[in-house]
Design a protein around this ligand. Structure first.
Ligand code: TXA
Ligand code: MG
Length: 312
């Protein structure tokens, strides 16, 4: 199969209508989309990604009205979050209606729903009479793609079309929140900081490993080992030719391969560059990548979560 990269939303819509897969841009990362209501189409997502079927998919919708068709109820806290953060990098786990096939939720009664904010994907959803199931468009366990060429490098030849919406503005996946009996649990750190969620609905429980079965300890991982810890100390332990460095903003003398995620220290910039930087370092002729955690606040929590899974 030849994979085309293009900006034609009608082509993407036509393919999706006949049960094919299309990579779609979102503000977080690129998704590998199929008609969420079509069992055969959804099965292909799992096979192209090599993803186990116990790991459920997020359903992408146009707006709150269309969401009402696919969930049994929208609790008060969920509505507050939707009103404040949608369209945007927010995914809610809510009880599903029978319209959502069990394969999408891996048999769970809860479906993950999200209204993405990328204008091309919203335009695409407007042309479709069904929602889009879409995990990140990477092989299972590898780094998520934040531009069309990342998708092409790994899924080229396996999908017919990659809708080119430029580079993803946020760069880390959506924040996942489960609302059950009006109690909110944060299940994945992501593009909306915990502090901002709590400013709207009050304190949340954090169980970043519990509710989302795809949150395996080892994930988002490059092929080279990432060694997470104090870079200055670790630099002394390794041969300088064998290492590359991934830091927030510190430059290390005498090391040829290094990337600063955000020279000005901004966590937003760091989130935006993180996955691209991990891919670049993965391709260098070194043995190890030395990295260190960033301040654990705002988007820093999502960055630290990805770094720690990538290093597991
Ligand atoms: O930003 C994002 O959320 C991106 C873009 C493409 O929207 N999508 C994304 O999908 O990151 P994925 O499949 O790579 O990660 C979704 C996570 C997985 O950890 C999965 O286990 C969890 O969400 N999840 C999905 N549906 C679920 C459900 N019904 N119950 C519990 N966890 C669920
Ligand atoms: Mg993923």
């Amino acid at each position: 199969m030849v994979s085309l990269i293009g900006k034609n939303i009608d082509v993407a819509a036509s393919l999706l209508k006949v049960g094919k897969l299309v990579a779609i841009p979102t503000e977080t990362v690129y998704g590998l989309a199929a008609n969420a209501l079509d069992f055969e189409a959804v099965v292909q997502i799992f096979s192209v990604k090599n993803r186990p079927t116990f790991d459920p998919l997020i359903v992408h919708l146009l707006n709150i009205e269309s969401l009402e068709t696919y969930v049994l109820k929208i609790p008060q806290k969920a509505l507050l979050l939707l009103e404040r953060f949608s369209p945007g990098p927010l995914t809610l786990l809510l009880p599903k209606t029978s319209l959502i096939p069990d394969i999408v939720t891996s048999g769970s009664h809860f479906v993950a729903v999200r209204i993405p904010s990328h204008p091309m994907t919203l335009e695409l959803l407007r042309k479709l009479s069904f929602p889009l199931a879409a995990p990140s468009a990477n092989p299972f366990g590898y780094i998520s793609p934040t531009n069309p060429s990342h998708v092409f490098d790994q899924l080229g030849g396996k999908i017919p079309y990659i809708l080119d919406g430029g580079s993803s503005s946020i760069g880390v996946e959506s924040t996942i929140v489960c609302i059950e009996d009006d109690e909110a649990t944060l299940c994945r750190f992501g593009g909306i900081p915990q502090e901002e969620i709590e400013a709207v609905i009050g304190k949340v429980k954090v169980e970043a490993n519990f509710k989302a079965p795809g949150q395996l300890k080892s994930h988002y991982a490059p092929k080279k080992p990432i060694i997470l810890g104090n870079i200055q100390k670790n630099v002394e332990r390794y041969n300088k030719d064998e290492i590359a460095i991934l830091s927030l903003c510190t430059h290390y003398e005498g090391i040829s391969h290094q990337i600063q995620l955000a020279p000005n220290g901004s966590l937003e910039t760091a989130a935006h560059t993180l996955f691209s930087a991990m891919r670049t370092l993965d391709c260098l002729p070194v043995k190890y990548i030395l990295a260190e955690s960033v301040p654990n606040e705002g988007l820093g929590r999502a960055i630290n979560d990805r770094l720690s899974r990538a290093s597991s």
